[in-house]
Design a protein around this ligand. Structure first.
Ligand SMILES: Nc1nc2c(c(=O)[nH]1)N[C@H]1C(S)=C(S)[C@@H](COP(=O)(O)O)O[C@H]1N2
Ligand SMILES: [Mo]
Length: 198
């Protein structure tokens, strides 16, 4: 075990019944799915920022970000295209940990996650949400979101933005990339919140 793992706490994303949500099929493979191309990333210029409704916008280099306290989260993936993959071990920095390091303004109520190439997602209030750089004990591959991806375990996987670069705090909920294209805003797999009605 490396030193990062030694100080990592493991969080189990709370289980729901049935473990396989309605309309899903279990797979042991891990498909790669995204819109556009895998971005090429230069860690020397990469940064992670929190901006919007915060007292002071913050910025971390990759090294600084990985020096923040780390957690491990074990979760199941549920993709809206109907595959589920059980028991994924994610390592990274929790959303809560990042929020502890900034001072949100009183009117800040929502977060927009910004990834490379304009991809955005929303809906992150649970404490098992993290910014992950490792999966099952190895660095994420670029196709799966290295150097950093969001993991929002209780939602369909499109909410889990790959290649994340910043968090914007807002007063109003702002639908993300897929939500603007007809996907459901809440995306709860057990309620089959796949598409929106509007
Ligand atoms: N930046 C970015 N993140 C993204 C996407 C995308 O198009 N761009 N697609 C989402 C969708 S629809 C899914 S199902 C998952 C797939 O993640 P995976 O390729 O690691 O399985 O990434 C999500 N995150
Ligand atoms: Mo997806």
């Amino acid at each position: 075990m490396n030193s990062e793992l030694d100080r990592a706490d493991t969080v189990m994303s709370p289980g729901r019944e049935p473990r396989l949500p309605p309309g899903q099929v279990r797979t042991d493979k891990w498909p790669v799915l995204h819109y556009g191309r895998v971005p090429s990333v230069d860690l020397a210029t990469w940064d992670f920022r929190v901006f919007g409704l915060v007292e002071r916008p913050s910025r971390w280099s990759y090294e600084e970000f990985l020096a923040l306290p780390q957690i491990e989260v074990r979760s199941d993936i549920h993709c809206v295209t109907r595959w589920s993959r059980f028991d994924n071990l994610w390592q990274g920095v929790s959303f809560t940990e990042v929020m502890r390091r900034v001072t949100p303004k009183p009117e800040a109520r929502f977060a927009v996650i910004h990834a490379e190439q304009g991809y955005t997602t929303n809906q992150l209030e649970n404490d098992d949400v993290l910014f992950a750089h490792r999966h099952d004990g190895e660095d994420l591959t670029p196709e799966h979101g290295w150097p950093l991806r969001l993991v929002a375990p209780r939602r369909y996987f499109w909410k889990s933005a790959k290649w994340v670069r910043s968090v914007e705090l807002t007063s109003q909920d702002r639908p993300g990339f897929w939500e603007q294209n007809g996907y459901h805003n809440q995306a709860d797999p057990w309620n089959e919140e796949r598409f929106s009605d509007w």
